[in-house]
Design a protein around this ligand. Structure first.
Ligand SMILES: Cc1cc2nc3c(=O)[nH]c(=O)nc-3n(C[C@H](O)[C@H](O)[C@H](O)COP(=O)(O)O)c2cc1C
Length: 376
């Protein structure tokens, strides 16, 4: 692990290592009101480390942006104290924390949006799901956004970014991945518009640009990241030429000098591995188009994370599932310690069990070795 545990810069911040907590929606807010819960503060506090970076699960920017009952959001004052407690828990351990901001677009249901139809760039048949009090249910039929409505959504992104700022976070990440609204605009399988937000690549990326500019207006570019999932399949998303589309997206984002580009490898579909054993490919073709910091995500272990950082295709690696069950993941990877298996059944909702009750690695008293020695 010669490279994974060396300092690096992420925008305004210098980090001590390159093992990042990937955003994971775990559906543990308090209802009603999507109030961030004390167990969420425990979860994020446990996974914080000196000079480490965490990215908080997708946080919906408004009622109509919501997709999943129990998921995080930040649009009313009753949520401020909960979010402040989470930022504080990470800072207490010397970590940095960015909040991922999301609009679900067509991946939603009228019960989650306050009774109105979910919105999308265009109406395209969609067989995805949303989560309501009845469990995972088919998404409601969506409608295409009027061009006059778009500034209002961009303003919601800005307002949520301001709330994250006021609550003491270190930055924000725009969720441009996994088939949610920003991604629905980018990819031509879901964007059939004929106005200034559809058609050409430049037009399809306009919504992303405006959302990024809104976040930058609050935070400055060096505290804003963007997540993308080239060739991702979650949310029924598709593009006729993903490599051209996302190379262009990377080029556009490079202009803004944002803190980082966060890339999910296409071997992953949402919360699962789709193509076991596939090499990372997206970061490799995007690297020449983006001169700033790249975070790679999706299917990494310690060795493959070290390899991609060594290759130069990525500067940091975000871990989701392994971090869910190993609160001290950076320490374990650094020292070659065994990992606790994750528990899929606890991913989507529940209580503290298999969420905030995973212990840090405990060395058996008889096998304690001096600090400097690696434990194998
Ligand atoms: C339970 C769960 C919830 C997730 N929620 C989000 C999310 O809110 N935002 C996001 O961008 N990705 C989300 N992801 C995807 C992860 O960030 C990550 O890309 C994925 O788990 C692959 O990385 P891994 O192989 O290290 O687990 C989620 C994954 C899991 C397992």
């Amino acid at each position: 692990m010669a490279n994974l545990f060396t300092p690096t810069k992420v925008g305004a911040y210098t980090l001590a290592h390159r093992v990042v907590l990937a955003p994971m929606t775990r559906l543990r807010t308090i209802q009603p009101g999507d109030i961030p819960s004390p167990m969420m503060a425990d979860f994020y506090g446990q996974r914080a480390s000196e000079g480490g970076l965490e990215i908080i699960e997708g946080v919906s920017i408004s009622v109509t942006a919501r997709s999943y009952l129990g998921a995080a959001s930040f649009y009313h004052d009753g949520q401020i104290a909960g979010w402040e407690a989470i930022a504080k828990a990470v800072h207490a351990k010397g970590g940095r924390v960015f909040m991922q901001l999301i609009h679900g677009g067509r991946q939603s249901h009228v019960e989650m949006t306050g009774g109105v139809d979910p919105v999308a760039p265009s109406v395209v048949p969609f067989e995805g799901v949303a989560l309501t009090k009845d469990g995972f249910v088919p998404a409601s039929p969506h409608r295409a956004l009027d061009i006059e409505e778009i500034p209002g959504i961009i303003e919601e992104f800005r307002a949520a970014a301001q709330r994250a700022f006021d609550a003491g976070f270190d930055g924000v990440e725009l969720h441009g991945a996994n088939g949610y609204l920003v991604d629905q605009f980018i990819q031509d399988g879901t964007n059939k518009r004929t106005d200034a937000y559809g058609g050409s690549l430049e037009n399809r990326v306009r919504f992303l640009r405006e959302a990024v500019e809104a976040l930058i207006s609050v935070w400055g570019a060096d505290r804003v990241g963007v997540r993308i999932s080239p060739s991702g399949e979650w949310g029924g998303i598709s593009d006729s030429n993903p490599e051209a589309t996302f190379s262009y997206v990377a080029t556009v984002l490079d202009e803004y000098k944002i803190a980082y580009l966060h890339v999910i490898e296409p071997r992953i579909k949402g919360d699962d591995t789709l193509h076991e054993g596939h090499e990372p490919v997206a970061t490799h073709y995007l690297r020449p188009h983006f001169s700033g910091t790249i975070i790679a995500a999706g299917g990494f272990d310690g060795d493959s994370a070290e390899a991609i950082v060594t290759s130069g295709d990525a500067d940091l690696v975000a871990f989701g599932r392994h971090f869910s069950s190993n609160p001290d993941l950076p320490y374990r990877l650094k020292h070659g310690l065994p990992l606790t298996p994750y528990v899929r059944a606890a991913f989507w909702g529940g209580d503290e069990k298999h969420y905030s009750d995973f212990p840090a690695y405990q060395v058996e008293p008889e096998s304690v070795v001096p600090e400097a020695e690696p434990v194998v």
